[in-house]
Design a protein around this ligand. Sequence first.
Ligand SMILES: NC(=O)c1ccc[n+]([C@@H]2O[C@H](COP(=O)([O-])OP(=O)(O)OC[C@H]3O[C@@H](n4cnc5c(N)ncnc54)[C@H](O)[C@@H]3O)[C@@H](O)[C@H]2O)c1
Ligand SMILES: O=C(O)C1=N[C@H](C(=O)O)CCC1
Length: 256
Amino acid sequence: MTHVAVLGAAGRMGQAVCHAVETASDLTLASRLDAGDDAATVAASGAQVAVDFTVPSATEANVHALIDAGVHAVVGTTGWDEDSLGRVRDHLQAANAGRAGAADPQLGVLIAPNFALSAVLAMRFAAQAAQYFESAEVIELHHPGKVDAPSGTAVHTAQGMAAARREAGLAPMPDATETALEGARGADVDGIPVHSVRLRGLVAHEEILLGNPGEQLSIRTDSFDRSSFMPGVLLGIRQIGTRPGLTVGLEHLLDL
Ligand SMILES: NC(=O)c1ccc[n+]([C@@H]2O[C@H](COP(=O)([O-])OP(=O)(O)OC[C@H]3O[C@@H](n4cnc5c(N)ncnc54)[C@H](O)[C@@H]3O)[C@@H](O)[C@H]2O)c1
Ligand SMILES: O=C(O)C1=N[C@H](C(=O)O)CCC1
């Protein structure tokens, strides 16, 4: 039986994760934490794994506290960049160097911008397709309660596509824009324009547009309900104990 703590337990995702953990026969919900609670207390609740769905401004400090507490972490909170990921990688390496044996297992942290299978596949397909198209843009569409833009998924998608374009030696994308209102061409993520829509009624959606003369490929993922993220979160909880160090992206846990 794996004991699980949930950080951000009062939030939209935290509530869904608590319910998913409570209804899984191999998991026990050890503690629920929200703003104002100390992440360092999760070990005392008996948790071996903590799940973080909080806010971009808090998640990195939470992860460092969890590493210090000797608890594996599964993180869905967005807002990570190369610097913050690097600090977690270094902290894990230092912490794991001092840990050995069954009573002191090697710690793992999984940080995934999207736990929905459709989104993970969309990111993979977009990276595969990117080298074959002159033009590529990403449109992400979310509920208006979301605090960050662009979405972590859109950043991850654009970075994967940009890396594939670089590797294939593609020229910059055609774009004759000479004058534009600020923001009209979206945010520039590694040379890929990313557009953010916030609309009441939406949950989490993304469309990737790829264009060539005379043709277009559209790749779209829609999470209509937060239940779409739960199989991925549960997979992360079940596997993180066997994955020491930092893993970025659920794709590494799937047989894609
Ligand atoms: N990876 C994914 O698949 C996925 C899916 C959905 C959302 N997200 C991300 O998860 C995060 C949370 O999304 P949400 O819609 O649940 O947000 P939310 O605002 O509904 O919930 C966040 C919760 O975190 C709490 N919180 C704030 N600071 C905290 C702290 N220091 N310690 C503990 N709790 C704290 C808040 O009080 C709130 O209850 C966002 O970054 C979002 O982008 C990721
Ligand atoms: O609801 C959110 O907020 C979501 N955030 C993630 C992101 O920023 O990519 C994943 C989808 C839902």
